[in-house]
Design a protein around this ligand. Structure first.
Ligand SMILES: Cc1cc2nc3c(=O)[nH]c(=O)nc-3n(C[C@H](O)[C@H](O)[C@H](O)COP(=O)(O)OP(=O)(O)OC[C@H]3O[C@@H](n4cnc5c(N)ncnc54)[C@H](O)[C@@H]3O)c2cc1C
Length: 531
């Protein structure tokens, strides 16, 4: 039997595609997901994120090569490995980025496709059911229910007051008319439960007779007949299988796995492919290049009132677990970040925010084993560059699909990114040192209080920066030689194959990337159905 559409990867974009493409009863759709199902409490309970991302059952746990721009440190680059993909293990922060991000995309692709902010706004609206109600910027009837943070920590208000003191205006809706400012953000949370795309888009339609979903089905490569994608080879339960498509094959395996599948299928830089003994189907120099990621560094301080890190006790689990179960409220029902600030570090030079701060009412640091909670009340204000200039890349380790790709990370390759990271840390520190925060602040934990000069902060940033878990761009859309897909997301050089996920973004949006990836899935589904 041949399917009309085979979708590879049930993540943020893949679940949207499965939902939209199978809405036409005549379309026979197969969705192949490398991970398992999403019923674990670690996935369902928002606070489970901290444990879920350390669990190889839910996370592909890619490890980068040592990064020469981060003092030779390697890092874990997580990717959801479960129905819902990264939307099932992410921080649930719901942000779209700046209007200008999409206008930049449109400019970069020569205004040949409809990807400007005006073009993509209808998809952002179509996807959401927002408690703000319908408006110029929001939708109220989409599959993805988002909500305000169920129980904001009292220091969220202090953070916003402190930001105002630093000249950062209050912004009640950072997904609305403008992004600049500080305010609460919404979360992909419904009745206190994580609302991944598996929950919002896939599960409600899984009983459609024309949709088949296979989990634990890892796709190795795409096969071609006369230049047209005709089948995928995948492994399931230790067995090799093949699924055929008459219509299209769509890769939605995320920004690390989609380019790896293309490379194993013979689409990529010819020199790389011949190194791995893979016959060239299409010489596409951009596959795996243009890897963009937000570099992020933490500023953490001790405070005088209880924060979530000190509530992880046996009594805390019972109290907060019951509150979550019965009312869908409390710390267990809340994302780790509860507010954001989008800031212009040099207002005289910048016409739009260039750094993003998150406010997390949890004191933590990252050690070799992942997130480590402080044993005193504390809050953390991570700072990241919105539009980094540094570029990383990835390629295969070998032609063997069991081997993860090699990520050549260079997160702080560009001096301008380093400057903005240093400035971002200064703004985070300024929040702690503000009059609003002073009554609660009990000293900096990270960086050490005596790390003050720009040189000291740069040394700190190079030693502590990590990826923010927003990789994009490895199969970028465009019209130049390095573009892997065209503005309709069709893989250049072959027929019948698209990439529809975070890989196609030519430039990383100035915020977290889940909502933009869902938007790409929504718009991609229209391109497939219209084409
Ligand atoms: C830990 C973490 C925290 C994050 N926090 C936030 C946040 O709070 N807010 C936000 O906006 N963004 C966040 N992000 C980023 C955001 O979730 C991603 O950008 C977005 O989910 C990417 O969507 P995607 O469809 O491109 O890929 P994914 O959602 O990663 O989906 C890819 C899917 O493909 C599957 N797959 C991979 N390889 C194969 C294969 N060979 N065969 C079959 N299936 C395969 C995967 O298992 C996965 O289900 C976070 C990401 C992570 C990992």
């Amino acid at each position: 039997m041949a399917w009309d559409y085979i979708i590879v990867g049930a993540g943020s974009a893949g679940c949207v595609l499965a939902h939209r493409l199978s809405a036409k009863p005549g379309n026979k759709v197969l969705l192949l997901e490398g991970g398992g199902n999403d019923t674990s409490p670690l996935v369902r309970i928002p606070a489970g994120e901290i444990k879920a991302i350390l669990n190889p059952r839910f996370n592909w746990m890619y490890i980068s090569e040592p990064d020469p721009t981060l003092n030779g440190r390697d890092a874990m680059w997580p990717g959801g490995k479960v129905l819902g993909g990264s939307s099932s293990i992410n921080g649930m922060i719901y942000l779209r980025g700046q209007h200008e991000d999409y206008d930049d995309w449109a400019r970069l692709i020569g205004n040949t496709g409809a990807w400007s902010y005006r073009d993509v706004l209808p998809y952002f609206k179509r996807m959401e059911t927002n408690p703000l109600g319908p408006s110029e910027y929001h939708g109220d009837s989409g599959p993805l229910v988002v909500s305000d943070v169920p129980t904001p920590h009292p220091l969220v208000r202090t953070f916003i007051e402190a930001a105002k003191e630093l000249g950062i205006p209050f912004n009640p809706d950072v997904n609305g008319e403008r992004q600049e400012g500080a305010g609460p953000h919404q979360g992909t949370i419904r009745f206190g439960r994580r609302n991944s795309t598996a929950r919002a888009y896939l599960r409600p339609v899984m009983d459609r007779l024309n949709l088949s979903v296979e989990t634990e089905a890892r796709v190795d490569k795409v096969l071609f007949e006369e230049g047209r994608a005709c089948a995928v080879v995948y492994s399931r339960g230790g067995e090799k299988r093949e699924a055929r498509a008459d219509g299209e094959i769509i890769l939605s395996a995320g920004a690390i796995a989609s380019p790896a599948i293309l490379l194993r299928s013979g689409i990529g830089p010819a020199a790389d492919l011949s190194d791995f003994g893979i016959p060239v189907v299409a010489d596409s120099p951009g596959v795996g290049r243009n890897l963009q990621e937000h570099p992020v560094a933490w500023v953490a301080g001790y405070v005088d009132i209880s924060t979530y890190n000190t509530e992880v006790t046996a009594a805390g689990w019972v109290k907060h677990g019951l509150n979550w179960l019965l009312r869908g409220k409390g710390p267990a029902a809340s994302p780790i970040s509860q507010a954001v600030a989008f800031v212009r570090t040099r207002p005289e030079e910048e016409d739009r925010p260039d750094i993003q701060l998150h406010f997390t009412p949890t004191g933590y640091e990252f050690g070799p084993d992942g997130i480590k909670l402080l044993n005193r009340p504390g809050v953390t204000i991570p700072a990241n560059v919105c539009r980094p200039k540094s570029r990383s890349r990835l390629t295969l380790r070998s032609a063997d699909p069991n081997e993860p790709p090699r990520i050549f990370s260079k997160l702080l390759d560009d001096e301008d990114d380093v400057r903005r990271m240093v400035d971002g840390c200064k703004v985070s520190r300024g929040i702690f040192e503000s009059a609003a925060f002073k009554p609660h602040f009990q000293g900096l934990f990270l960086p050490a209080p005596d790390v003050r000069s720009d040189d000291e902060l740069e040394a700190y940033v190079r030693q502590y920066t990590l990826p923010a878990y927003h990789p994009v761009g490895t199969c970028k859309m465009g019209i130049d030689d390095m573009a892997v897909v065209d503005p309709e997301l069709r893989v250049r050089g072959v027929q019948g194959l698209r990439v529809i996920d975070a890989s196609i973004m030519p430039v990383v949006p100035s915020a977290n990337t889940n909502a933009p990836s869902i938007m790409v899935g929504e718009k991609g589904s229209d391109l497939v159905l219209g084409g």
